[in-house]
Design a protein around this ligand. Structure first.
Ligand SMILES: [Zn+2]
Length: 207
């Protein structure tokens, strides 16, 4: 998989969401956040997740939709369906609204400097093999494009919003995921603090 200069993964279906904005100027993208989502909870395959991220979920259609809608506009960069299908809502260089109130290594507002990937699923139901395959492939594309994302900078939503969020949950097999990522994608000497002048344009060009 490759990421084009506009921040879109070419292998993904593109569903552009209005729920995004610019990252602060000079932001180095150095965090990858793994989530799970299902709407209604535990039900898979419908259009509700798409509708939620695209701002067209009907709150009256299901009691849980009203709850989801009341939480305000949200989005993610990428969604991986149960069959491994990859959908992208926000270009990687822009800010998606997936993390909410969050903190990583003392830095708050993780949306500013992270990329979010949602797996269609729940905390307790095993994810599908096809989802791990797609997740590994798109992670490799992201690592190649954003080398400041090191192994310890791939985290779960629950890691950056403890007590508030539980996803991707106990069912997510971190060891399986990490083992599927080719090791050479992690062999980088890059350190974000040596690049204080980095810009989104440079990031998207892979510089
Ligand atoms: Zn989440």
């Amino acid at each position: 998989m490759t990421i084009d200069p506009a921040g879109w993964l070419l292998a993904a279906a593109h569903h552009p969401s209005p729920h995004c904005d610019d990252r602060p100027a000079g932001t180095v993208i150095d965090l990858l956040v793994i989530h799970n989502i299902s709407l209604p909870p535990g039900e898979f395959g419908g259009s509700a997740i798409d509708d939620l991220f695209l701002g067209r979920l009907d709150p009256a259609a299901h009691p849980y939709y009203a709850i989801a809608a009341a939480a305000g506009p949200v989005s993610t960069h990428l969604l991986i369906r149960r069959d491994g299908t990859l959908i992208q809502y926000v270009p990687c260089h822009r800010r998606a609204w997936h993390a909410g109130r969050s903190c990583f290594s003392g830095r708050e507002r993780c949306n500013e400097f992270s990329i979010g990937i949602e797996l269609e699923g729940t905390d307790t139901l095993p994810f599908e093999a096809a989802q791990y395959v797609t997740l590994a492939h798109c992670t490799e594309a992201i690592l190649a494009h954003y080398p400041a994302i090191t192994p310890e900078r791939i985290v779960g939503h629950s890691d950056i919003a403890p007590g508030r969020k539980t996803d991707p949950g106990e069912a997510f097999d971190w060891g399986r995921y990490r083992n599927m990522i080719r090791a050479d994608y992690f062999q980088t000497t890059h350190h974000p603090q040596t690049r204080p002048d980095s810009t989104d344009d440079k990031e998207s060009m892979g510089l």
